[in-house]
Structures are given as C-alpha cells and as structure tokens.
Design a protein around this ligand. Sequence first.
Ligand SMILES: Cc1ncc(COP(=O)(O)O)c(C=O)c1O
Length: 456
Amino acid sequence: MHKDSIPATQPAAHPGGAASPAALKMDAHWMPFTANRQFKAAPRLLAKAAGMHYWTPEGRQVLDGAAGLWCVNAGHARPRIVKAIAEQAQEMDYAPPFNMGHPKSFELAERLVELTPAALNKVFFTNSGSEAVETALKMAIGYHRARGEGSRTRLIGRERGYHGVNFGGISVGGIVGNRKTFGPLVPGVDHLRHTHDLARNAYSRGVPEHGADLADDLERMVALHDASTIAAVIVEPVAGSTGVLLPPKGYLQRLRAICDKYGILLIFDEVITGFGRLGSPFAATHFGVTPDLMCVAKGITNGCVPMGAVFATQAIHDAFMTGPEHLIEFPHGYTYSAHPLACAAALGTLDTYAEEELLTRAAKMAPVFENALHSLKGVPNVIDIRNIGLVGGIELQPIAGDPGKRAFNVFLECWERGVFIRTTGDTIALSPPLIVEESHIDQIVSTIADVLKKHA
Ligand SMILES: Cc1ncc(COP(=O)(O)O)c(C=O)c1O
C-alpha cells in the first residue's frame, strides 16, 4: 500500500550538503522545549525522512513512533505533498493575506469544511496550533461582544491542558511547568479539574468508565462567576501533551450540554486529534460532539509547512459581519495566514489522506495497536496504559525524587535502538504515522519492553 515508505537506496551521509555532525557548531541555536545542555553534550540529529522512518546524518535508520511531533500523519516525504510545495514555490512564493487573496486558500477552505461537522463551515488560517488557540479565544470574546454581551470575557480551561505557548494558551492551559515562570498571565481565567483517575481507570482500553461528572465543574464555575461573565470553555478532546488523557465516557457530551444551557461557547483544541488520529477526521466526528470553535494545526499540512486553522460556526462568523462594508470586521490575522506554500501543502495532504483513506485508517489499526500496547501490562515500572485510535500513553512509575527521568532515559535508549518515541513527564506518548503497519507497532512496543526490562 505505502510503497514509498521504504526508499530504494540508503540516503547519503550528510544529505543536502549539510555540515558533518562533528563539524556543527551548536552554540547559537537556543532550542525549543529541549534540555539544551543535555542535547548539545550528546546531540540527536535527523537528516532525512521517508515513510515511517528517519535517518541520522550517519545513515542510521530510526522508526518514527511519534509522527514527528504528532503531525506527520501520512508519513514522511509523501510525493504529492512534496510536488505541491515545489510547484507552488515556483509559481508564487507569497501573497499578502490582508485585503488580498489567492485561489488556493479558498479551495483549501472549501475542501476542509467538507471534512468537519456541518455546523463548522468557516475557516480562519493561522501558522501554528498556538496561534489557532489565540485566534479562537479572541473570536469567542469578540462574538459575545458583537451580540451585545460584552461582559462575557471569562475563559475556562482545564488542569493539565496544553494549548500552545502564547499567553492566552498558557493561561487557559494547565501545565504548571509552562505557566509558573511567566507571571500573572491573562486575567479572568479559571480551570476545570483534569480527568486523570489512575485509581479507578488504570488500564482502560479506550475511553475510561469513570469521571463524566467532572464536566459538572463547569456548573460550579457558573455558580461562582455567573454565566453572564463566561465566554468559552476550551479543552483538548483527548489531552495529548500532558501524557494522553482520554475523556471519560459521556464527559464531552456533558460539557456540550452545560455550555448550551448557559450560552457558553465550547472550543475543541484538535491540534493533535485532528486529521485522523482517532480514526475519524476529527475528535468532534469521533465522539459525535460538535464544538462552536475548533482549533487545528499539525496534520493539516502533514507537518510539511507550518499552518493552523480555526473552524467556526456560521453564527460566530456572522456576528462579526456588521458595520460599514469597507471596514475590517475582525482585526486579527498573521502575515503568513493562508501562506501559498502552506495551502499547497495542505491540498496535497488532503489528496494523500483521501487516496489512502488515512483519516479512518487509525480505526482499522486501533485493535492491533491496543493489543500491542496492553501487552506491556506487568512490564517493570508500567503503571497505566491508555489508548484510542493511534494514540497511546504508557505511564511509568516515576523515580522517587526525580520525576520525568525514567521516561527520558527510556526515550534515550529507544533512540539508540532505532525507535523514536516521545515522552512527557513519566508518560511515553505514542502517535505513529497513520500509515503504520503491524510490524512497526511490534518493533516500537518490543523495543520499549526490552528497555524497561533491562532497567527493572
Ligand atoms: C492540543 C494542542 N494545542 C496547541 C498546540 C500548539 O501547537 P504549536 O506547537 O503548533 O503552536 C499543541 C502542540 O502540541 C497541542 O498539542
């Protein structure tokens, strides 16, 4: 099926004329979300990618168990996407997005809204997930104001939520390490409790039984603040970056119902769950819960060119469409919103997803993936296993007094053994490209098992 997963020849060392790794100077680049000193002391470099694999500059093959960073859903270097980007770069490099347009952004928007729940029929383009989140939060507050409910400015997030790194995102987000350094953040934000419940839900296959009632926290916020002050609640339908936390059965439905009861907008952050990760185009379609605003990024271009987007309902869009027609209705946007290269990449990506039925492939592979992951039950230091679609979380017992170290060590050793995984805290988070085959899943899981057993 995926013939281009395996390149015919081994990639050359140092492709693209890059400096040999030994000659690379690493001082200047301050790396994001990286243990910079540890990395520079023992660098892990990637030089080439195709299908399910990366290659190091020395030509060592590494299986990608994380779809890059939850984004390369169709696998690496897919021909249609590569061609689309190359042709677009030749044809038109850039077009200003303010008061000007280019055909591909309109074509892309139409194609995208064919995939979303019918109510989400407007698309606003950004360049990242973080920007999509900021955009959605501003849309929510602006929408209420435009309707004459300007007092609705409060935003509700959730503990352990990840919504990118900008001020709005870390304010509604709930990852303490991302918040504590940066002062008082955006005012007027509150948080629902997170849904992780190891005592009752450990080793659930798919969504856990217990915890739908945690959605009632929103009722408590209404009781405390009054609905007339609350603009929106934002959640990841499946929380990824905090370590793969699935919504308890009925939780998202309950959240939707409470939002409806009080006129609060529901925002789904689908930056990870969007584009097939759960076995359906979006978590909204998977769970049958339609939010009012939906943030995406990552898989929208298969990770090839930065792009994000916010889907909005007609009602939210229309609330802004007032006033003199020559005036800007929503004073927001980015120099690179709907960048031609990103649009071309996204169109190539959607073609690839459609041709190979990748937006539903995770549903087919999910039973194989689930069984393989749950075979790790009983392996030393595994304390929980969580899975949905092609997302897996393996939670490890932290080393006493050294949180995160055990999982980081597993990450390092898997890398040495030719498997790239992602870890966050003491959870291994797996999200292979959606073209993954059973043999790849076996390799990922057996490598993790071997490493954990060795360090028992
Ligand atoms: C749910 C969620 N929201 C937002 C973001 C931020 O996206 P970006 O890194 O593209 O800004 C991420 C990134 O992992 C994410 O997982």
